[in-house]
Design a protein around this ligand. Structure first.
Ligand code: ZN
Length: 174
């Protein structure tokens, strides 16, 4: 199978939402490392020489191992996003649908964009965002334990940015 020419955003959203629903996680913030263990995937920390993380797939055992660079604190927001991104690659079946060793830079860029969408669905679930649209962005970023800019990007992607309060003073004036 060839890598699609454009990222499958709608499909990635649905894959992320269905996956999260199947895990039945109800408390926030969501810890992606917990998901890795729930799925019985492996998790390692290593010196990746500047790369943030990657995933190894073993076709024989059908198991995955997510490896994260040791320069990142594993509780930090950036690292959590990296792990959620790797989970995105796994549940989008990128490792089993495509021959990873023969992909071009453009192919990787498209698959990375898809993995980013899944990461957003996992860390900042749509259902929970919808329930909290009367809150400001900082509140949401804290609730999901993501950076302010990650929260902004996610709201813009979902077309909900204009519905959210930008800061506390907005709330005061409304
Ligand atoms: Zn990636």
């Amino acid at each position: 199978m060839n890598v699609p020419k454009k990222p499958r955003y709608e499909y990635a959203k649905q894959v992320g939402r269905t996956f999260l629903k199947s895990l039945n996680i109800k408390s926030y913030p969501i810890d992606p490392i917990k998901i890795v263990y729930l799925m019985k995937w492996k998790f390692e920390i290593d010196d990746l020489c500047g790369e943030e993380g990657y995933t190894l797939y073993n076709p024989k055992t059908k198991n995955y191992c997510i490896i994260i660079d040791n320069a990142q604190g594993i509780k930090k927001q950036r690292c959590k996003f990296t792990i959620a991104h790797e989970i995105g690659h796994i549940i989008m079946n990128h490792y089993t649908s495509f021959d990873i060793s023969s992909l071009t830079d453009d192919d990787f860029r498209i698959l990375d964009l898809e993995a980013d969408i899944v990461a957003g669905e996992i860390l900042m679930p749509y259902i929970s965002i919808r329930k909290n649209l009367n809150r400001n962005i900082l509140y949401l970023a804290n609730k999901f334990d993501v950076s302010y800019s990650a929260m902004e990007t996610r709201l813009k992607f979902l077309d909900l940015y204009n519905l959210c309060y930008k800061n506390n003073s907005d709330i005061m004036s409304k």
